[in-house]
Design a protein around this ligand. Structure first.
Ligand code: AMP
Ligand code: MG
Length: 206
């Protein structure tokens, strides 16, 4: 799809003011805000009517930008090189000095991170000075949004802006894998477990 730079500029302006907007990803649309801002993250939970104890996934442009927030390990680097950007989310240990809002993690010392592949959102992330906390852009009781019409149905005018990115190509959530110790699958999703097992040469617990 053709990238509309004026739309991305508008998205960036709102996110810099700690507003929440919807963004397209290849899995589902996300309800995004500055992951370093308590105000922005509070708004995400309010808009979604999401229970506070359910932590958010944080979206990065690349692993370089993640270095100040999380510790990596060999499994992470292997999977990153093969599957990122793409539909896989990693749970990692959070660094003490990280500026990630405590609201994102519900005060946990772990963080779920992802590198989305959608070209519009990648272009946006590259321009921002912060990563984006973004759960799926649907009300907590509804199914995930895979296009801008779905997002509008759930949020109407409550949401400041929807960054248009067409239909999500994958249409299901990312696979979540906890890499802190023995790799463990926390949620099945867009990336096959067999592909992960093959690369790591390890059996995963589910
Ligand atoms: P959603 O963004 O709505 O697709 O949901 C995000 C999912 O990621 C939830 O099921 C969370 O439980 C999971 N998640 C987010 N952060 C963590 C974390 N630090 N540890 C384990 N799971 C997490
Ligand atoms: Mg969800």
């Amino acid at each position: 799809m053709k990238i509309n730079l004026a739309n991305i500029k508008k998205a960036k302006k709102l996110l810099n003011k700690n507003e929440c907007i919807a963004i397209p990803t290849e899995t589902v649309y996300g309800l995004a805000g500055n992951a370093y801002s308590n105000n922005a993250c509070k708004k995400i939970y309010e808009l979604k009517k999401r229970p506070k104890k359910n932590p958010l996934i944080v979206h990065y442009y690349n692993y370089k930008n993640l270095e100040k927030d999380c510790y990596f390990n060999q499994d992470f680097m292997k999977l990153y090189k093969k599957f990122c950007p793409g539909p896989i989310t990693f749970v990692l240990d959070l660094k003490k000095k990280s500026k990630i809002s405590k609201i994102v993690t519900n005060n946990k010392n772990t963080l779920a991170v992802r590198f989305p592949k959608h070209p519009v959102t990648r272009n946006l992330l590259k321009q921002l000075k912060f990563p984006l906390a973004a759960p799926s852009a649907n009300l907590s009781t509804k199914v995930s949004a895979v296009n801008s019409t779905d997002v509008r149905e759930d949020f109407g005018k409550k949401i400041k802006y929807i960054l248009e990115g067409g239909c999500s190509s994958i249409g299901v959530e990312s696979t979540i894998i906890d890499l802190r110790k023995k790799p463990k699958v926390l949620r099945l999703g867009g990336l096959e477990i067999s592909a992960i097992q093959k690369l790591l040469k390890k059996r995963l617990t589910i």
